[in-house]
Design a protein around this ligand. Sequence first.
Ligand code: SF4
Ligand code: SF4
Length: 190
Amino acid sequence: MRFSIDSEQLESGAVKRVEEMIQQSPSVCYQCGKCSAGCPVHYLMDIPPNVVIRLLQMGQTDRVLESRTIWVCASCNTCSTRCPKEFKIAECMDALRELALATGKDTPSEKDIKLFHREFLKSTRRFGKVHEASLAAFYKLKSRHFFADVGAGIKMFFKGKIRPIPHRVKGVREIRQMFEAAGYGQKVEQ
Ligand code: SF4
Ligand code: SF4
């Protein structure tokens, strides 16, 4: 997954890129709809998950890359576990997010979700797991939603759910190597 995908190249081969990323083809989907029926956030999506797969089958990748759906997806994996064809829908959504970022074809209306996505990856790369306090701080600074969810944050802090000091996991070096191997590396920090 690289951030330097040529836009024209993508036009002609987006589905192929997704197939390479997830090592599976959307053509296996037979449109039973079980993924959409079980998706906990389908009501926030503009295109249901099974229709995303259908659009990929038809080569209509622009509609998918510009959709709200790929950013609303919470990567919960419910769809993948329900799929009778064992299609990796959650991984497919992740691949589509990366393609959208790489090509600038993403929808500007979801800029806060994208910002959160980036900060989440940065935090994971730095510490080996997410450090909620610094993630929230960076996200708020960059999104300028300074007072959103402050009450919930304070409650979580007093219940010991948020650690003020970050803690690096033992295998942080290996986790960084995984980021490098996936083509993120320093790009995540930008
Ligand atoms: S559950 Fe699987 S086969 Fe059914 S619509 Fe979704 S992706 Fe296609
Ligand atoms: S992984 Fe995404 S698309 Fe699949 S069920 Fe969860 S939120 Fe819905």
